[in-house]
Design a protein around this ligand. Structure first.
Ligand code: FAD
Length: 304
């Protein structure tokens, strides 16, 4: 039992789109719950871990799940296969990146997502591979905004986009990001999901800035459980998210066991604060592991 009032009492789906899921939850004054997975690399052990985690997280009746996609389409077939299997059980968002791609090949991938049972695409630019930074310039499609247009022009799929509480690393400031969010919304995007971040203010500042720019679509916070502190700190560095000094100080001299407790307490408090601040739901980055993701969802009162 969560040590917090249960905020999300029952399965409400099945849903076909994120908009539908958020609308139904909001009507019941409940936050939505969803999980992100990534396609396994080739080894059977990694696939086994993914499907065990998926089965375990399905037991708490999330409203939807999402599956990442390698920039440049490096894992396109695995991503499609994972999406196709998940979509038989739950509404599944297919992440899609456009960096380096042509309009024709990307439109073909959109068709394949649709055929795999996906109703919602998270339209992303992706990042150029470190060993080939010019890949960003080589492709026909250069930004997520162009991908939003392409999805809308070539399909009837719902489109979501990325948002950055800590400002996108290549952006000059948050107002620039917010202006882009509004452009993506005008092009047909109906929801946004955020990069990982560590303070509720980062999220509320983003929502406020987006609103000023006219981007009023729901912004779902993406939450990374700090179960393995070293790993999460590495990911924070890669994404440009600032880790609060007080958290860093607490983790500094902690043993692995202490660090996990500190990290999970921090994640659960952040999850609760986000819901109190009016977030429409929580999208938990599972990293294909169920234990920490479940602890956060339970701790925040989103499931038993
Ligand atoms: P864009 O909107 O294209 O923005 C990229 C940069 O270009 C920004 O700095 C923006 O300000 C600038 N820019 C774009 N358009 C314009 C314009 N018209 N005028 C001026 N400046 C512009 N990556 C993956 O490879 N696979 C995934 O599955 C994946 N999933 C993700 C899920 C979430 C929830 C998030 C938040 C990120 C994810 N990413 C993923 C990472 C993402 O691809 C990178 O963060 C990428 O750098 C930015 O993507 P974007 O969609 O915001 O790009």
């Amino acid at each position: 039992m969560p040590d917090f009032p249960l905020l999300r009492k029952s399965p409400a789906g099945p849903f076909e789109t994120v908009t539908e899921a958020l609308g139904a939850r909001s009507g019941k004054r409940e936050p939505a719950l969803s999980f992100e997975f990534f396609p396994p690399r080739d080894e059977a052990a990694a696939a086994d871990q993914l499907w065990r985690s998926f089965d375990s997280l399905m037991e708490v009746s999330p409203d939807f799940v999402s599956v990442t996609y390698g920039a440049g389409g490096s894992n396109r077939e695995t991503s499609l296969a994972v999406v196709e299997r998940m979509a038989t059980e739950i509404m599944t968002i297919g992440h899609l990146t456009c960096v380096g791609g042509s309009r024709a090949s990307t439109a073909e991938t959109i068709r394949r997502f649709e055929a795999a049972g996906v109703h919602s695409i998270l339209a992303l630019r992706g990042d150029a591979p470190k060993d080939n930074p010019s890949a960003l310039l080589n492709g026909e499609l250069k930004s997520a905004l162009e991908l939003v247009h392409l999805v809308r022009q070539t399909s009837s799929l719902e489109v979501g986009v990325a948002a950055f509480p800590e400002v996108h690393p290549e952006s000059p400031h948050m107002e620039h990001d917010s202006m882009l969010l509004e452009m993506k919304q005008s092009a047909g995007a109906t929801y946004a999901m955020t990069q990982l971040f560590f303070t509720v203010e980062a999220y509320t500042d983003l929502v406020a800035s987006a609103k000023v720019a006219g981007a009023t679509m729901p912004i779902i916070p993406g939450l990374m459980p700090v179960g393995n502190a070293a790993k999460v700190l590495r990911m924070a560095e890669m994404s440009g998210a600032a880790v609060p000094v007080e958290l860093l100080k607490k983790l500094e001299n902690a043993s692995d066991t202490e660090a996990r407790i500190i990290g999970m307490d921090y994640s659960i408090k952040l999850a609760r604060d986000l819901i109190d601040a009016g977030a429409p739901g929580l999208h938990i980055f599972s990293m294909n592991l169920s234990k920490a993701a479940l602890e956060v969802a339970r701790g925040a009162g989103l499931c038993l």
